[in-house]
Design a protein around this ligand. Structure first.
Ligand code: AMP
Length: 447
């Protein structure tokens, strides 16, 4: 099956070719025909299956085919509601890529940041809006967004949405939508409350279920370093200098972060290059070539950019930032030691990433070994009865007395980011003395 056989129009086919997509993933193959017929969809699938393209492509195609209706000025006709800012940004990026030849405009709004640049984009006129619930309602309340013209609604990661307490926000949003619309509802799991919610949102949906990929994380030697954000670069430099790994892929959450890491590594005489969406295609290819040929030993990438990278036999994968989506962790570490079927991964965890860590450990059904004997250790009291971090001045190597409640001060930020949910979640990661960082595997070659 090809995208062409799914009746995808040429401007979108072109964009998919540029992305290097050769054939539709199972969820795309199943969902696109349903959605192009205008039917509602209940999708049981998670991130990593290609579900963004499964809904973005048919929405773009239908909006493109009806573009004459835009003549009275652009109105928001498609709304994608998703629980976290990271997912919202990823989805918006996907619309930008798949829709680059359609002339349609998309943007993203999420909380925890000032709204100025977001409202500027909205004022320019937008066809497709990706939003987290709290900021969306805020902007509707301020009269900056209207949902009166919505033709397509996507509720993404519905189970996460309910876990994060967004149910009332969702209901308020639903009440503002036109009744006549095409609705898509995605959830990785389908417990009874999700089934009930989907019944309230969808008409007579077609159902598509994609079973999650089995984690292959068991084969990879994984270790974890608790470290505060500002010490991460020093720890990375320390580990790279100590171990002399030959080919290392470092994952950064943001493009800006990736550039910063490269700068710091280069300053420490470690040859590194970044590869991310802000780099031109030729700069990316050059960086990749240098890495493959061993001229640079460290490639710093964002998840999106790394998906297109085909490098085998990586000595080490470093999660400089933990991913918000657990499956991404499994994808990332699966890139190490592919040939020898065993590899090494190192993850840094700063205090506000502990919720991500908890989700990752749940997915891989194990606690990752914690390395404590490194110079930048962030001592965290994780005895079950104390789930908070002691104040800095009281922190010492072993244990400390006082504790600080790290509740977020920003309600909006808290609602819109799984990161800030961290403080609500309990955390009991075991702390082993296993010093994976000092063990050298056969997969790790010298410079
Ligand atoms: P998603 O589940 O939407 O987050 O997608 C996971 C990743 O798969 C994204 O990086 C997409 O760029 C990539 N992807 C989606 N569809 C395809 C496809 N048909 N071929 C290759 N990669 C794809």
């Amino acid at each position: 099956m090809t995208f062409k056989e799914l009746n995808i129009i040429e401007p979108i086919l072109d964009a998919l070719r540029d992305e290097g997509y050769e054939k539709p993933s199972p969820i795309q193959e199943q969902s696109i025909p349903i959605l192009l017929k205008g039917k509602d969809l209940l999708g049981c699938a998670q991130t990593g299956t290609g579900k963004t393209a499964a809904f973005a492509i048919p929405i773009l195609q239908q909006l493109y085919q009806n573009r004459q209706r835009n003549q009275g000025g652009r109105k928001i006709k498609a709304l994608i509601v998703t629980p976290t800012r990271e997912l919202a940004i990823q989805i918006d990026d996907s619309f930008t890529k798949y829709g680059k030849n359609t002339g349609l405009r998309n943007t993203v709004v999420f909380g925890g940041v000032k709204q100025g640049s977001q409202t500027n984009e909205l004022r320019k006129g937008i066809d497709i809006l990706v939003a987290t619930p709290g900021r969306l309602l805020d902007l509707i309340g301020q009269g900056l967004i209207t949902l009166k013209h919505i033709e397509f609604l996507v509720l993404d990661e519905a189970d996460h949405m309910l876990d994060m307490g967004f149910i009332h926000d969702i209901k308020r949003i639903m009440a503002l939508l036109p009744r006549k619309r095409q609705s898509l509802f995605f959830s990785a799991t389908m417990p009874p409350d999700i089934v009930k919610l989907s019944g309230q949102i969808l008409g007579h949906p077609e159902k598509v279920t994609i079973n999650p990929e089995k984690p292959t994380a068991e084969k990879v030697e994984q270790s974890l370093y608790y470290v505060v954000k500002k010490a991460k670069s020093k720890l990375l430099i320390h580990l790279l200098q100590e171990q002399n790994y030959y080919s290392v892929l470092v994952f950064s959450r943001t493009k800006h972060g990736a550039d910063k890491i490269v700068k710091l590594l280069n300053r420490a005489n470690i040859k590194a290059e970044a590869i991310h969406g802000n780099k031109s295609q030729s700069a990316r290819q050059r960086a990749l070539k240098n890495f493959k040929e061993g001229q640079t030993h460290v490639l710093v990438a964002t998840d999106i950019a790394a998906r297109g990278i085909d490098v085998s036999g990586l000595a080490l994968v470093v999660n400089y930032d933990l991913p918000a989506v657990s499956e991404t962790y499994v994808h990332r570490i699966g890139r190490t030691g592919r040939a020898s079927a065993s590899g090494i991964s190192i993850s840094f965890c700063q205090p506000d990433e502990r919720a991500f860590l908890k989700d990752i450990q749940k997915l891989i059904s194990k606690k990752i070994d914690v390395v404590t004997d490194h110079p930048f250790v962030d001592e965290i009291d994780d005895s079950p009865e104390k789930q908070t971090r002691p104040p800095r001045q009281n922190r010492n190597k072993k244990k400390s007395g006082g504790s600080v409640n790290r509740n977020s001060s920003s309600k909006q930020g808290n609602r819109d980011s799984r990161k800030s949910n961290d403080n609500k979640r309990s955390e009991g990661a075991s702390r082993s003395k296993g010093n994976v960082g000092n063990r050298r595997s056969s997969a790790a070659k010298k410079y």
